[in-house]
Design a protein around this ligand. Structure first.
Ligand code: BTN
Length: 244
């Protein structure tokens, strides 16, 4: 019999056999006042959601969890927490494997996507963040291969419970870093695991496509690209196949 994940001190585990989406459940709990560190984990999801309206394959065997965090910051800073989550995911990957973080929140291991991150915020009328739900799916026991995926799938191995405990510990650690040192430390940590500067990439912007060379992450988490028409800062877009 498998045991429940061990969470950091002060965190609360909400363990479910099946739910439509752990992020919907975490959002409901946060609306009802659940504190930071509420960690909703389900063995399977019947309506797992990905970014950009995609679905997220959620059969038993992988990790599906959503964590409530209460950063109490201006709304534009909420995007920084997606990078916090990416660093927490990177920390659960054994050092022998090659990690590559892709803007904004993808984690690739040995060239395959191992996790998906879906940060969703609730903003107060005064423009500050009430809470963020960090929805994270990690391929632990199998790697879905779907036609719409931009990267091949990769998987972590081990047990879902181990992955959940390690991920929660990483989230607590990187949230503390974010609070103490601000985004600069997160940005530096993320860039250290991202592709090399100058790598060519294509980014979809709405219906359009821009190509350029990767020039880093700006102080707000925007992607910097050197294009033939000059430097470009991208706050919302999607990296396409040709990336380093
Ligand atoms: C992506 O498109 O890359 C993000 C996928 C995020 C999936 C996770 S699984 C746990 C949480 N619940 C959801 O419905 N989605 C996120």
């Amino acid at each position: 019999m498998s045991s429940a994940p061990v969470l950091p001190d002060g965190w609360t585990l909400v363990a479910l056999d099946s739910v439509s989406s752990t992020s919907d459940e975490a959002g409901r709990l946060a609306d009802a006042g659940a504190p930071e560190g509420t960690f909703v984990w389900a063995r399977q999801q019947t309506g797992g959601r990905g970014r950009r309206g995609r679905s997220w394959a959620s059969a038993v065997g992988n990790l599906y969890c959503s964590t409530v965090v209460r950063p109490d910051c201006p709304a534009p800073r909420a995007a920084e927490l997606g990078f916090v989550a990416a660093l927490a995911v990177a920390d659960i990957v054994p050092p022998a494997r090659q990690i590559r973080l892709k803007w904004p929140n993808d984690v690739l291991v040995d060239g395959g996507k191992i996790a998906g991150i879906l940060p969703e915020s609730s903003v107060r009328q005064d423009g500050t963040v009430e809470y963020v739900v960090l929805g994270i799916g990690v391929n632990v026991g199998f790697a879905p291969q779907l036609p719409e995926m931009r990267y091949p799938g990769a998987m972590l191995g081990g047990t879902v419970e181990q992955a959940a405990g390690a991920l929660a510990a990483g989230l607590a650690r990187w949230m503390k870093e974010w609070r103490q040192s601000g985004f600069e430390e997160i940005r530096a940590g993320w860039m250290a695991k991202a592709g090399p500067l100058g790598a060519e990439m294509d980014v979809r912007l709405g219906e359009g496509l821009v190509s350029g060379r990767y020039a880093g992450l700006d102080r707000d988490g925007g992607l910097l690209l050197d294009t033939p028409k000059g430097p470009l800062r991208i706050v919302s877009g999607e990296l396409l196949g040709r990336t380093a």
